[in-house]
Design a protein around this ligand. Structure first.
Ligand SMILES: [Fe+2]
Length: 322
């Protein structure tokens, strides 16, 4: 299997990894043939690329750190929690019971993912996420959670901390449900006032989680800290270094990495290697250098299945990362 950027797709290629649409429904299943019409559709949805199967890459195996089924379940659950929390009628008894049940499912799924990643200690993020442009918020939360837990495992955190980390990570942006969608989705540059409003989401999320759900303190403190920067240049409090909770520092890096590798209205996604360069260049400035180092060890800058050109002019497909 190998990765082909959307612009390189041609009719007849065989899909190597299933694609989903914005409603999390199967769009193209593994093994199906790509037709010309699909190529346009894939691009329109904002997919940056697709994994394909061909003879050239037949012996290249690409494994995600968690399987698609768990990932999709987690995406759906986070979506339910966020959408129903945003409805604002948390007051009614049935609504409360629904939310509590959904949060319990979230906790169980996070515990499963932690268990799985502890068992696969050497797992490395070796995949380009097949994410698309709109409505990727919930995929994004799950990506940030998986990245954070993988880094946490690399830092040898205990199981309880990994669970707290995963839960905080998957809910890190929940405060955005309290921000005006017109500001959140604005395509033009934000005014100073609008940016100040967006910056409130970490505190909103922290308060909401603390007051609404039974979740560990470490998880909601991490939510509060996920935009603080190591050198004190972040928000909401501008705290620095070890005053930022370790879990918050880990989520902060995963969040930036995932944002950089996603398409945005104002720029195209960076390649994993470019995003990694940005993270490493900011070690000790924006990010805790120790966390950044573990991040670089656990996330492949040139994921398996990608096409690379070496400085000596040779081209090839990455078949393994050590
Ligand atoms: Fe955020």
């Amino acid at each position: 299997m190998r990765y082909i950027p959307a612009e390189g797709l041609v009719e007849g290629m065989i899909v190597g990894k299933s694609l989903y649409d914005r409603y999390h429904k199967l769009l193209l299943s593994k093994g199906s043939k790509i037709h010309t019409g699909y190529v346009e559709r894939i691009k329109m949805l904002g997919y940056q690329g697709v994994y394909i199967d061909d003879e050239l890459s037949a012996d290249i195996e690409i494994k995600d750190v968690i399987n698609d089924e768990i990932r999709m379940k987690m995406v759906q659950t986070v979506k339910d929690v966020c959408i129903h929390s945003a409805l604002g009628d948390v007051g009614t008894k049935s609504e409360q019971a629904y939310l509590v049940a959904k949060m319990e499912t979230t906790k169980e799924l996070i515990a499963d993912i932690v268990e799985h990643l502890i068992e696969n200690k050497d797992a490395m993020v070796n995949l380009i996420d097949l994410k698309f442009f709109d409505d990727y918020t919930f995929f994004y939360s799950v990506n940030v959670a998986v990245l954070s837990i993988v880094v946490g495992v690399g830092m040898e955190l205990d199981k309880e901390s990994l669970y707290n980390l995963g839960l905080g990570a998957v809910l890190h942006d929940i405060g955005k449900i309290f921000i005006d969608v017109n500001i959140l989705n604005k395509k033009d540059t934000l005014t100073k006032e609008e940016y100040e409003i967006i910056k409130k989401h970490s505190e909103f999320g922290y308060r909401f989680l603390r007051e609404t759900y039974q979740i560990p303190t470490a998880s909601y403190v991490a939510v509060l800290h996920h935009h603080e920067k190591y050198n004190g240049g972040g928000y909401p409090s501008g705290i620095s270094k070890d005053n930022i909770s370790l879990l918050g520092r880990i989520i902060g890096i995963a969040d930036v990495y995932d944002a950089l590798t996603s398409n945005r209205a104002y720029r195209k996604a960076l390649l994993p290697s470019e995003a990694m360069e940005y993270i490493m260049a900011n070690g000790g400035l924006m990010f805790d250098v120790n966390v950044a180092k573990v991040f670089a060890r656990k996330v492949a800058p040139f994921p398996v299945g990608t096409y690379v050109k070496l400085s000596n002019g040779y081209v090839g497909i990455v078949s393994e990362n050590y």
